[in-house]
Design a protein around this ligand. Structure first.
Ligand code: C2E
Ligand code: CA
Ligand code: CA
Ligand code: CA
Length: 275
């Protein structure tokens, strides 16, 4: 056809080939229904009861087994597939919660993760609004999580977006707190009701004095701003004891449960939690 210039380097060929094949596998996977939403229980530390579920996407990639998000979310972000994939995950989580609710189970709020690129596109608000209307769920049963770095990347944009999402009745959690250089003044102006302490600090509670101090500080900061605080990645009894003693509101982690397929997460809803 027309004139065009092309580069030739073996590394570039391999790189772009791998990337293109991952992208096309993601596109096909979305059409063919290869994705599944898992749910990780969150526990209220004062009562020991289930207080929420975080939805986390998984990919049953043919020939690769169950693929974790680190292996495909970056490519989905870079290619823009995250919009379709993220919308699918949002609707799926809402439909699941509505099914549980129709079964008469005692439902708890479900949190949905939003990536930076999803937050940069205002159509995310339309997806959330439509999901809410179609599922018939009470908005108080829904929460979005965005990372501290996403929120701080473009403060004005985040403030507008969060106001819109909050206006739908969703609550908002700031994910990976402690890793993203928050402006404390800005934190207060965003419609955030929950801080999630990043698992790297929780992980260091037992043997890193700085991490323990950061966790204590994050709990105090959250409560000072009238926010709830949730610890992520809790794996040991001693981390749990520290968090309880310092007034952390809730926790999630392998100590309680891994992210679970819907039919296993359901067991947490029907009766008292196994812990
Ligand atoms: P995240 O939102 O920070 O999710 C927490 C991650 O910690 C999850 O990884 C979870 O499985 C893992 N985790 C939970 N408890 C423990 C623990 O006790 N120890 C350790 N070491 N890890 C624990 P996962 O499921 O692999 O998800 C990774 C990231 O992918 C998430 O980080 C989130 O940023 C992103 N992601 C997952 N699902 C979605 C989605 O539906 N949409 C978007 N946009 N992003 C998603
Ligand atoms: Ca993982
Ligand atoms: Ca999260
Ligand atoms: Ca996190």
């Amino acid at each position: 056809g027309g004139r065009r210039y092309t580069f030739h380097s073996p590394e570039l060929d391999t790189w772009s080939h791998d990337r293109l094949s991952l992208e096309s596998a993601l596109r096909h996977g979305l059409v063919k229904g290869e994705f599944e939403v898992f749910y990780q229980p969150q526990i209220n530390l004062a009562s020991g009861n289930l207080t929420g579920l975080e939805s986390l996407i998984r990919w049953h990639r043919p020939g690769s087994g169950l693929v974790q998000p680190e292996a495909f979310i970056p490519a989905a972000e870079a290619s823009g597939i995250i919009h379709g994939l993220g919308d699918w995950a949002i609707i799926e989580a809402m439909e699941q919660l509505a099914r549980w609710s129709r079964e008469g189970l005692a439902t708890v709020p479900v949190a949905i993760n939003l990536s930076a690129r999803q937050c940069a596109d205002t159509s995310i608000v339309d997806t959330l609004r439509k999901g809410l209307a179609d599922s018939g769920l009470a908005p108080s049963l829904l929460k979005v999580e965005l990372t501290e770095s996403t929120a701080m990347r473009d403060a004005g944009l985040a403030a507008d977006l969060l106001q819109d999402i909050h206006g739908l009745g969703f609550s908002i959690a700031l994910d990976d707190f402690g890793t993203g250089h928050s402006s404390l003044a800005l934190l207060q102006r965003l419609s955030i009701s929950e801080l999630k302490i990043d698992q790297r600090f929780v992980n260091g509670i037992d043997d890193n004095g700085n991490d323990a101090a950061i966790v204590r500080g994050a709990i105090a900061l959250a409560h000072g701003l009238d926010m709830r605080v949730v610890a992520e990645g809790v794996e040991t009894q001693s981390q749990l004891r520290f968090l309880s003693e310092h007034g952390c509101d809730a926790a999630q982690g392998y100590l309680f449960a891994q992210p679970l397929p819907a039919d296993e997460a359901r067991n947490w809803l029907s009766g008292p939690p196994p812990h």
